[in-house]
Write a protein that binds this ligand. Structure first.
Ligand code: HEC
Length: 795
């Protein structure tokens, strides 16, 4: 056997000795193993989760393995290659780790093998000649506390070779650290040899059998994360990340506050201005850029502020692509109206309580505080909850149908997922949507723990941008549907990846088709009326309001960042949303839409909102072939902002909540899992608003009390939205309308309004008199509605 082995090595490698060259390797062993020669006892790992997905070192689709305190390994799953082997660790920073936008995890420490010498290039020889092939990452499996990565090599003639790699940290007899890679190949044809190596040497794997590569290294001294400041091009970025500046400011785009480009362009860079702006940052204030105030920052030192301003002023000459040639838009103000009574919950401002027709049960507790990324039910009633946090976990909850949170069994069944924002159960199988991959989770041994993470689709385009979320997950007619948000931090010379800002339809074979384009942050997809797919989108650049969108093939949804250079000069017309969700009024970051199953609202839709909080109700109708309708306030009273909704087998609506302190939250709350169940009590409110030729019909849940209705009892406004490159957008031609005629139906449940001056493609806002009552003496739960009048029906 040994003779055979050395002959094999002489034949197929250029010699093992070369590894000594740079003094890196103590020695290297190339062993051919027979299968099952490796009894393993589970290892202690230095991190939980020890195998995790993330962006790492500005590379997307990375898998990091914290094998030992002395050894980390990372694989680039885009190229299916070992990326780095090092002693040190990973700085876990970014939204899910430290509530900081813009940044992502980075590795620190010292590599055991220099980049150039890392044996990470795959080679395929056919009769001794190198041939072209494709290598794909297929997932990984956990067994006995170890991980095995699974790859597939596809040869030109269609042959598919399975290639498994089990990496592990090892030590030799002297205690020197080492790295072992156990390979297993399957379906390798006779004339084919598979190798892995660097530019100098290649190690050939045994065909259709196991082989092991081992290397031992000089021990490295203890490692420490480099001082944070070394990781930054400019210290100002570090100080601003450590403070809250990026919550409201972006470099090129106006958000809550002005962009750095705008600030740098407005002011001279001199001592007086530094003093003036420094005071403003410390004290906060408004009035220079608009009415929104900046919060005070009394804890910042003079030095920190100077460094931040130095950084802001580096943007002085940089003019972003989006800002070029942007028309200046004047907002048209609505003419002043009779003063309204001060707003109270549901009447001009958000509701405060839970909808009276529903009872709320809290399911989270002190030991389980999920930042819910997604929800789904197993056929046996078990609730799956994925978490948008540093654990990237999926939990299985048993017993949620009872109303006793104490009796719920909670088990973490999967972890190490990158921002899992979608879950679906299809024929009992669990699918989870990560930032960069749709993954099937498999429990192979029936212990309710996931041991296999199988790639279903990872074909869509990604960069390292923190804002490139994948939202989902919907399964319908044998396909998966997801949405992809746009990158936020591209440099002026970079373009969005063409797959961003789209709804994707993914087939079981992993191929996908893009249905529409021009979405911004579409954090919600679901099946709505008529079995149609709806997504929600967040206001921001090019989105003057939040939206509920009917997904239509080929539709352009208005966010211009993803347009090609040619299109950008002459942008296509935006397909209007089914419903505009005016910012701060009835939305701020809408999330998952879902079809209503109960009560008088059956057949309507609901959607959550992360920063506006609560759940909103959507009545949708089709006019001239186009979906449109009204959004109503529905329920508040949840612990945190609402991210995901799912109907449980017990008929309750499960509400998954999330928040990130510093911008993406409702009242700074970060977690929550609750359910609401219909209790049969009636709530007096508008049930539906239907467009009619020249007016509207408003239907109520209960007959109105006997009372004359005058035009003044129904306040109506209309406006339209102009998408601009700026954050949010102006209401255009904003005006008050006066109903010319108000009629009440015989059954007192409907009123008919003739409203002269209504215009298509406008938002129509309704606010009913506060003292309107039902025949049984109820007051209105909420008096407002926003109807999106895409089409006016013809008589
Ligand atoms: C809560 C949101 C928010 C946060 C957090 C925030 N800003 Fe601002 N910032 C604003 C707004 C809004 C304005 C515009 C104020 C105005 O119109 O006068 C502004 C304006 C500014 C200006 C221009 C001031 C002027 O008078 O022209 C600077 C400089 C600035 N911010 C820097 C910072 C820095 C540095 C931080 C972090 C330490 C920060 N901001 C954090 C919202 C914010």
């Amino acid at each position: 056997m040994l003779g055979l082995l050395s002959k094999y090595i002489r034949q197929h490698t250029k010699g093992i000795g070369r590894g000594y060259r740079q003094g890196f390797f103590l020695f290297m062993i190339w062993a051919l193993l027979s299968a099952c020669s490796h009894p393993e006892k589970p290892k202690e790992r230095p991190l939980d989760p020890w195998a995790f997905r993330s962006v790492l070192d500005k590379k997307p689709r990375m898998l990091t393995l914290a094998l030992d305190t002395a050894c980390y390994a990372a694989y680039d799953l885009t190229t299916s290659r070992l990326y780095k082997l090092w002693k040190g660790g990973v700085t876990l920073e970014g939204t899910v780790y430290t509530n900081k936008k813009n940044i992502q995890p980075t590795s620190w420490g010292t590599p055991y093998i220099e980049k150039d010498l890392l044996p990470n290039r795959w080679t395929v020889l056919q009769n001794g000649e190198a041939i072209d092939f494709e290598i794909r990452h297929k997932g990984y499996v956990f067994r006995n506390g170890q991980i095995t990565l699974q790859f597939e090599m596809v040869l030109g003639d269609g042959t598919i070779i399975q290639l498994h790699e089990k990496p592990e940290f090892i030590r030799d007899n002297q205690g020197s650290p080492g790295f072992s890679r156990t390979f297993l190949t399957r379906n390798v044809p006779e004339n084919i040899a598979i190798g892995v190596g660097n530019a100098d040497e290649v190690f050939y794997l045994r065909s259709n059998a196991e082989s092991e590569w081992k290397a031992f290294f000089e021990p490295l001294p203890e490692q420490h994360p480099s001082a944070l400041r070394d990781q930054y091009d400019h210290l100002g970025i570090l100080w601003m990340e450590n403070s809250d500046c990026y919550t409201c400011h972006e470099e090129k785009n106006r958000m809550v506050g002005p962009s750095f480009v705008d600030i740098a362009d407005k002011y001279e860079k001199n001592r007086e201005i530094y003093a003036q702006l420094g005071r403003k940052i410390i004290e906060g204030g408004s009035g220079i850029w608009g009415e929104t105030p900046m919060n005070p920052h009394p804890d910042l030192s003079e030095g920190e502020i100077k460094t931040m301003l130095d950084y802001i002023f580096t943007f002085k000459t940089a003019v972003s692509r989006e800002d070029r040639g942007q028309p200046v838009v004047q907002q048209t103000a609505v003419q002043e109206d009779l003063p309204l009574t001060p707003p109270k919950p549901g009447f001009g401002v958000p509701l405060e309580g839970v909808h009276p027709s529903y009872d709320l049960v809290t399911l989270h507790n002190d030991n389980f505080k999920p930042r819910v990324g997604a929800l789904a039910f197993l056929p046996d009633g078990g609730l799956l909850v994925s978490t948008w946090d540093s654990m990237g976990a999926v939990y299985l909850l048993k017993g949620v149908e009872g109303n006793d949170p104490e009796k719920i069994e909670i088990k973490r069944i999967a972890k190490g997922l990158a921002e899992p924002l979608g879950l679906e159960v299809v024929d009992g199988d669990i699918y989870v949507l990560q930032k960069h991959e749709l993954t099937k989770l498999v429990d192979t041994d029936g212990d309710d723990m996931i041991d296999e993470y199988q790639v279903v689709c990872d074909a869509w385009g990604v960069t390292d941008d923190f804002h490139e979320f994948a939202f989902g997950l919907l399964h319908k007619d044998d396909h998966f549907y997801i949405t992809l948000s746009m990158a936020m931090r591209l440099m002026a010379n970079e373009r969005q990846h063409p797959d961003r800002g789209r709804t994707l339809k993914i087939s079981k074979d992993g191929s996908f088709e893009a249905l529409d384009y021009g979405l911004r942050t579409p954090n919600g997809i679901g099946e709505g009326v008529d079995g149609q797919i709806f997504v929600t989108d967040n206001q921001g650049q090019w989105l003057p309001g939040n939206k509920l969108i009917h997904v239509q093939p080929g539709a352009y949804n208005g966010m211009a960042w993803g347009l090609s250079e040619a299109e950008e000069k002459n942008p296509p017309a935006m397909v209007p949303p089914a419903i505009w969700l005016p910012d701060k009024e009835i939305g701020n970051s809408p999330s998952e839409p879902i079809l209503m199953r109960d009560g008088p609202y059956k057949g309507q839709m609901l959607h959550g909102d992360v920063t506006n909080g609560g759940i909103k109700r959507d009545f949708i109708e089709k006019v001239n072939g186009v979906y449109q309708g009204a959004v109503f306030r529905f329920s508040q009273g949840f612990t945190a902002g609402v991210n995901r909704l799912a109907w449980g087998p017990d008929g309750a609506l499960y509400v998954g909540e999330v928040g990130m302190v510093g911008g993406w939250s409702w009242k700074e709350n970060q977690y929550g899992l609750e359910k609401i169940k219909y209790n049969g009590k009636s709530t007096f409110e508008m049930l539906a608003i239907r467009a009619k030729p020249g007016g509207f019909e408003i239907e109520f849940t209960e007959p109105l009390a006997d009372r004359e209705l005058a035009a003044e009892d129904i306040k109506v406004e209309q406006w339209w939205y102009l998408p601009t490159a700026a954050y949010g957008g102006p209401k255009m031609d904003h005006q008050n309308l006066m109903p010319a005629k108000v009629d009440i139906s015989q059954d007192k449940k409907k009123i008919y309004l003739d409203i002269p001056g209504l215009k298509q493609e406008h938002v129509v806002y309704f606010r009913l008199a506060e003292d309107l009552q039902s025949a049984d003496g109820q007051n209105l739960w909420s008096s407002e509605a926003w109807y999106t009048l895409n089409q006016i029906p013809s008589p």
